[in-house]
Design a protein around this ligand. Structure first.
Ligand code: UDP
Length: 382
């Protein structure tokens, strides 16, 4: 069978590979001039530092199959994400842990003392938190919420945290010990030669052809099926309106030496216009000492306009209503499957993208076996 894959990011690459290995052919097209989508990495020509062009990507997963999969296509180096936060001129440890609590309150509490202290601070009248704000007040109380979450979240999402779903905050842990590894997952690492090299290796198969700088709108061909990992509303010419996204803008700068001594420094105060500064040589601790000059990026979040690159799906109530219309329309389409972060309008970490891509390829193969041609979604976007 002949498959067209729109988008050469992780989702498109993994699906193309699975189909190619099953003996099918895949043409992968991408409108950008590079593969790997938003996890694209390339060396900064000024410093030689490998930069995450579309912002920090740290690979972490609990899924052994996904971990094995990524290691098959590139060497993963040990990496632990340890994020710091600057708030009101002081530096704190993240995610919220015993150190953060003791720093913020100027105390030396033990784990048990901190646990009962935070329980006394938290709003226990909230039974079933629906919003980000309710979740934060129930989880950590008002002081930690205001210091670390309110300003950052307003900058990141462009709305009050009281309008956002609780699920966004549920990504973050709260710890009553000094563990400052940002993620709880069993596997964590950084590709030795960057993510683009990994995606290139995934796509390196005799049954896969890649064409870059090609918009799907400007391309026609005869295929048995299309996997579309572009934005769902774009497939339909935005006919019901635009699903909202946040876009990111990066302000790059160089410094002689070590700028901030760590990979990621969040700036949680609302008055600071950027959300964080990332210093990319620290994403490769195995060779960070080799660079005399360093490359850093200030990261600004904004509403995504028609000409901007979509990053985070906002998924507010009106987006969900719009999404429902697109889903219903998409389900009428045959010979196309919508997949990935943009195709399913979902906030996906890289490991989930890979897992879902493997499942999507499996579902398409199963559909073909039964002679079917309609499979708009393998994963429900709602
Ligand atoms: N967040 C925050 N302050 C921080 C870090 C995160 O308020 O210092 C909030 C913010 O709303 C963010 C969410 O927690 O979108 C999830 O954080 P995570 O680090 O998972 O964000 P991402 O990986 O999407 O950048």
């Amino acid at each position: 069978m002949k498959l067209l894959v729109v988008g050469a990011g992780l989702t498109g690459a993994v699906i193309a590979r699975e189909m190619a290995e099953a003996g099918h052919s895949a043409l992968v097209i991408d409108e950008r001039d590079h593969i790997a989508g938003n996890c694209h990495t390339e060396p900064d020509p000024d410093t030689g530092v490998m930069v995450h062009v579309y912002g920090p990507h740290i690979f972490h997963t609990d899924d052994d199959i996904v971990w094995k999969y990524i290691n098959r296509f590139g060497e993963m180096m040990p990496y632990k994400n340890r994020v710091k936060a600057t708030v009101g001129g002081s530096v704190y440890s993240l995610p919220i842990n015993l150190h953060t609590i003791n720093q913020l309150y100027g105390k030396a509490m033990s784990p048990d003392e901190a646990r009962s202290f935070i329980t006394s601070e938290a709003d226990t009248s909230i039974d079933d938190p629906q919003t980000f704000e309710e979740q934060a007040l129930k989880f950590v109380g008002p002081k930690i919420y205001k210091a670390f979450f309110h300003g950052y979240t307003k900058k990141q999402w462009g709305v009050e945290p009281s309008e956002l779903p609780a699920s966004i905050l549920k990504r973050l842990p709260l710890r009553f010990n000094y563990e400052d590894n940002y993620f709880n997952h069993k596997h964590q690492g950084m590709p030795k030669h960057g993510y683009t090299k990994i995606v290139q290796n995934i796509l390196d198969h005799k049954n896969i052809e890649i064409r870059l700088n090609l918009r799907s709108e400007d391309f026609a061909g005869d295929f048995d099926h299309t996997v579309y990992s572009g934005a769902l509303d774009r497939w339909f010419d935005h006919k019901f309106g635009r699903l909202s996204y946040r876009t990111l803008r990066f302000e790059k700068f160089h410094y002689d030496g070590d700028y901030q001594g760590t990979a990621v420094m969040n700036y949680c105060d609302e008055a600071v216009p950027y959300t964080r500064i990332s210093e990319h040589k620290h994403f490769a601790p195995w060779n960070s000492e080799e660079f005399e000059k360093t490359t850093c990026f200030k990261e600004f979040s904004a509403a995504c306009g028609p000409d901007d690159i979509p990053f985070y799906p906002v998924r507010l109530v009106h987006d969900k209503a719009l999404l429902q219309k697109y889903i219903e329309t998409a389900k009428q389409e045959s010979r196309v499957t919508f997949a990935g972060r943009l195709g399913t309008y979902s906030y996906l970490d890289m490991d989930v993208s890979i897992k879902r891509a493997l499942e999507t390829a499996g579902a398409i193969k199963a559909m073909w076996k039964t002679g079917g041609d309609t499979l708009a979604f393998v994963h429900d976007p709602l």
